[in-house]
Design a protein around this ligand. Sequence first.
Ligand SMILES: [Zn+2]
Length: 74
Amino acid sequence: MSAPRPPAPSPAPARQVRCPACGGPSLYAPENAFRPFCSQRCKLHDLGAWANESFRMEVQEDDAGNPPSAGTDG
Ligand SMILES: [Zn+2]
């Protein structure tokens, strides 16, 4: 009598997700320290994106100078 053997427990296949930075295939696995990004570059790029927007400082050096005050004559 042969009992039906359950399927061999196969290791969870690496999931592939879409990298939110470049849209490319990213490995969603513990070995990918930059998930859901595909690489460190994409991760940093994403962080840098909002950082630039947040910490963007526009320095306007509009130093036209004061108009010469005309002395009152009279
Ligand atoms: Zn990417």
